[in-house]
Ligand binder design. Structure first.
Ligand SMILES: Nc1nc2c(ncn2[C@@H]2O[C@H](COP(=O)(O)OP(=O)(O)OP(=O)(O)O)[C@@H](O)[C@H]2O)c(=O)[nH]1
Ligand SMILES: [Mg+2]
Length: 689
């Protein structure tokens, strides 16, 4: 692929609700630019961006893909993202390295929950935006109503740059409101604006010129004085207004019919900011904060925003260069790992295809294979000038399963394979939960975790079964209690003797375990203090009620007895352990369960259903807000009831609800439920024996 300089680059992330046509639009752009000679279709599984076998099988995007489109001397690095909310991690990464978000909206559904979600991610990054109303060839497509739904939802200055031509459901072309001409059919044949649209076009053009004028003081003066702005001035003004977010232009396309694509590409080249327009980024260097300028002489700084694991090709690392020039076959410095990485050939990715390039300039996006230590979020830089760029920040997981190997062979490979798939997707995490002795795989939703498990089987040949994880309960006490225990054993010669007097006191939630010594006058030598603690710690791992870890209490040894010959470390360990069990059983032991803070956003009409459902889940609603037709509900709910909430909420709201969930604190399990849990634990331990 040809080399491009910074001002010839446009990094554009396609965002939108699921199925708004992002992948199809990327395909239409690629086809229009001549890079492929057939326009692939989702239905045939032939698009460049959705190349993964699971993407083809499910007909949805699952991960971000790069589609470079060469147009009019520029290279548009188009980042196609998934709309399904389980894959939001990919959206976050793509938004981070883009300079403009092209938000797709459906002309029948208008602004949807997914649209608002991606909009908020673009807000967080302060990303300039353009909107394209796609699927304008759909029956019941309504341009004006969709425009209105954008204005209602986001209150920005949305200004159409193009108007649709053709009867509803049959897009024939678009009106270019800057050049005031019609662009007809996939070829964008220039024609006169149809007579029935002329008045509407004149009116809409006024808005465009006004928006452009507001971009620059000089232009607004000229405009107010009644002078006409030239095409060049309109472009300049719009570019500035888009970059600052003051204006959000609106375009129209029908990706599958390849209509409006040329006009869209022209608009992106003209109005979308180049990395140079976006200016420097903040990084952390040895001497504190520093700015990385998007120019070739700046210190090298490239941010890794994606890592793909392939069993054959190996690891593929995607990065964006912010400063300096990255060259093939050189060495760079990984500032986090503080090691050198050897780069092989650099690639520009086109879907799964690797197009080799000699070098990548500031602002450009590329990939490199087989790095040894680099992971997503790392910065590649000069050894002599190490810097850290801020990496993507991912949300907490919302859905967990426990995974169990299907066979002995699977067991050996399970851990390393989990590590590989989690490296590829940072919204997937895995860990061992010590309190339940399970391997937990967590992600953003059921589909997300399902796909991960399928990938383990298909790509890496590792079979696992999944189940709902056991809840990591804890045990604690509710009142002070004191008692004593004597351990005495006489076996022929040497015997064992230890007596421990112990008091347990409840501590506040989150305080953990404390150990104190109040033995005066040498009743027990202080050398046995750690022995007793060791005995106690054995019980802390598996409590007396149901075998869960014991927390939030203080154990005080206040007296005891020892024997000059028979008292030894092991004797005091045993006495400490047994004393602790005895005192704990008398101290009102209870089970604690994890309580999560949940924030749920749903269209207002679902509020009642969602609240009703929360009631059945022992949740306590903390607050409710109304904003733009949406209800935002916050609640505290026990994890035991929320393990499948990602799925429940989806079915309650036809996929229009969103939520986030984060551990908050531990709380006592209601007595009637505690009894069931304790009995279940007993049965299980019985069956283990
Ligand atoms: N009528 C019509 N259908 C379209 C258009 N664009 C896409 N589609 C169809 O809409 C469906 C979804 O298209 P995709 O391109 O996969 O949409 P997406 O936004 O990439 O979807 P996700 O990646 O899953 O969020 C497919 O069946 C496409 O054929 C369009 O302009 N007009
Ligand atoms: Mg897609």
């Amino acid at each position: 692929m040809k080399e491009y300089t910074t001002d010839q680059l446009r990094n554009i992330v396609l965002l939108g609700h699921g199925s708004s046509g992002k992948t199809s639009l990327a395909e239409a752009m690629l086809f229009t630019s001549g890079a492929v000679n057939r326009q692939g279709r989702i239905e045939d599984g032939t698009t460049v961006a959705d190349f993964d076998e699971e993407e083809i099988r499910r007909r949805i995007s699952l991960s971000l893909a790069l589609v470079p489109v060469e147009w009019d001397g520029c290279k548009l690095n188009v980042l196609d993202t998934p709309g399904y909310t389980d894959f939001v991690g990919e959206v976050i990464s793509a938004v981070l390295v883009a300079d403009l978000a092209l938000v797709l909206v459906d002309p029948v559904g208008g602004v949807e929950v997914g649209t608002e979600l991606v909009w908020s991610y673009a807000d967080q990054q302060g990303l300039p935006r353009m909107v394209v109303i796609n699927k304008m060839n759909r029956e019941n497509a309504n341009f004006n109503r969709t425009l209105q739904s954008l204005r209602d939802a986001f209150g920005r200055n949305f200004v159409p740059l193009h108007l649709p031509i053709g009867s509803q459901g049959d897009l024939a072309g678009v009106v270019d409101l800057v050049k005031m001409q019609a662009l007809m059919g996939p070829e964008g044949k220039v024609e006169e604006i149809p007579a029935d649209l002329a008045a509407q076009a004149e009116e809409a053009r006024v808005q465009v010129v006004e928006a452009a004028a507001e971009g620059e003081d000089e232009l607004i003066m000229k405009y107010l004085e009644g002078e006409t702005l030239t095409e060049e001035e309109i472009a300049r003004g719009l570019r500035t207004a888009i970059l600052s977010g003051a204006v959000v232009p609106v375009l129209v396309t029908a990706a599958t019919g390849n209509l409006g694509t040329r006009a869209l590409l022209d608009a992106l080249v003209t109005y979308a900011p180049s990395p140079a327009d976006r200016g420097p980024v903040q990084a952390e260097g040895l001497a504190g904060e520093e700015e990385i300028e998007p120019n070739e002489l700046a210190p090298l700084a490239a941010l890794v925003f994606k890592t793909a694991a392939d069993p054959y090709v190996g690891k593929l690392t995607y990065f964006r260069v912010y400063g300096g020039v990255l060259e093939s076959d050189t060495r760079v410095w990984n500032s986090r790992a503080e090691t050198e990485e050897r780069l092989g050939t650099l690639y520009v990715m086109r879907g799964k295809e690797q197009l080799p390039v000699r070098r990548l300039r500031p602002g450009d996006i590329g990939a490199v294979a087989k790095l040894s230590v680099t992971v997503t979020g790392d910065t590649l830089c000069d050894r002599g000038h190490p810097v850290h760029l801020p990496g993507p920040v991912f949300p907490h997981p919302l859905f967990a399963v426990s995974v169990h190997p299907k066979s002995k062979a699977d067991q050996a490979k399970m851990g390393p394979t989990l590590t590989r798939i989690c490296e590829e997707d940072p919204t997937l995490r895995w860990r061992q939960e010590p309190s339940t002795r399970e391997t937990i795989l967590e992600g953003m939703g059921e589909a997300h975790v399902d796909i991960a498990v399928r990938r383990m089987a298909n790509r890496f040949g590792v079979g696992v079964e999944t189940a709902i994880p056991k809840v990591p309960y804890r045990e604690t006490i509710t009142r002070v209690n004191a008692d004593q225990y004597r351990h005495k054993k006489q076996t022929g010669g040497a015997g064992q003797f230890a007596e421990v007097h112990m008091r347990l006191e409840p501590l506040s939630r989150g305080e953990g375990f404390e150990y104190d010594w109040e033995v005066f006058g040498g009743a027990i030598s202080s050398s046995f203090r750690p022995s007793i603690e060791k005995g106690i710690r054995q019980v802390l791992e598996q409590g007396v009620l149901a075998g869960y870890p014991v927390v939030d209490l203080k154990a005080v040894v206040y007296d005891g007895k020892e024997h000059p010959v028979d008292s030894k470390d092991i004797a005091f360990q045993i006495a400490g352990r047994e004393a602790f069990k005895k005192v704990m059983l008398g101290a009102g032991p209870v089970l604690l369960e994890p309580i999560y803070k949940v924030t749920i956003t749903v269209p207002e009409e679902y509020t009642g259903d969602v609240m009703g459902d929360l009631n059945t889940k022992r949740a306590r609603v903390q607050g409710m807000d109304q904003k733009g037709g949406k209800s935002i509900i916050t609640a505290l709910a026990p994890l035991a009831e929320m393990q499948r909430y990602a799925t429940d909420l989806r079915s309650l709201t036809q996929g229009r609800g969103l939520f986030s969930m984060e551990f908050d604190h531990y709380e006592e399990v209601p007595a009637h439920l505690a009894q069931q849990i304790i009995e279940a634990a007993k049965r299980e331990r019985g069956s283990e024996k």
